[in-house]
Ligand binder design. Structure first.
Ligand code: 3PG
Length: 213
């Protein structure tokens, strides 16, 4: 799958809802009910970060949830890409972009949403063929103003800002024409997951899904 094809798939995934939940699963038994709550609340695209020992198992459990499109986040190496694909991830997210990651996603056929924040990083991603990028870490990289400014010389690129995005500041990002959607962890807070408060998480998802863009 070429980078251009990967970005086309990533654009379709980013079009599903204004927010992609960024999820850290501590216990695999939480995975399916958490995914069901987020999907029921209107957030079908889910990013499970490969930061906990059970992350791949969680992706496997979530992949069966009806209506969900589960991806793997924090992809750093070709081995991560391979493992994510084998676990059933339908897309991948990386905080950055390396040649080895590009090659792995081409070989595995995994649509990648790679990270870039500077004009040079964005141009390098474009040289490979990517035009749908994660803007990470959004809050400390200039926020919505920076993305708006990048849209001047680089209007063909769309972004998914992630990192420091909240219900309060998401509208600033989503109002930009070069922002497709945003990523955020606030819709799946650890305390609510630990408490099994799936109704509470569904309510947070519903609120995020209603954000205008
Ligand atoms: C991350 O990789 O942890 C994401 O950027 C989530 O950031 P957030 O917790 O600020 O939403």
């Amino acid at each position: 799958m070429t980078p251009a094809e990967q970005s086309a798939a990533a654009r379709r995934i980013c079009a599903l809802a204004p927010i992609i939940p960024v999820i850290v699963v501590q216990q695999v038994t939480d995975a399916a009910p958490l995914a069901r709550a987020l999907v029921a609340g209107g957030l079908p695209a889910l990013e499970v970060t490969l930061r906990t020992p059970c992350a791949l198992e969680a992706i496997r459990a979530m992949a069966d949830v009806e209506g969900g499109v589960v991806g793997a986040g924090t992809l750093l190496t070709p081995a991560d890409v391979k493992a994510a694909k084998a676990a059933g991830a339908r897309f991948g997210v990386s905080p950055g972009l390396t040649e080895r990651l590009v090659k792995a996603c081409e070989d595995e056929g995994l649509p990648l949403l790679p990270g870039a924040v500077t004009a040079s990083e964005v141009m390098r991603a474009m040289e490979w063929g990517y035009d749908m990028l994660k803007f990470f870490p959004a809050g400390t990289s200039g926020g919505a103003a920076a993305i708006k400014a990048l849209g001047g010389p680089l209007p063909q690129v769309r972004f998914c800002p992630t990192g420091g995005v909240s219900l309060a500041n998401a509208p600033d990002y989503l109002a930009l024409k070069n922002v497709a959607c945003a990523g955020g962890s606030w819709v799946a807070p650890d305390a609510k997951v630990q408490a099994g408060d799936w109704a509470g998480i569904e309510a947070l998802a519903r609120e995020a899904a209603a954000l205008p863009r």
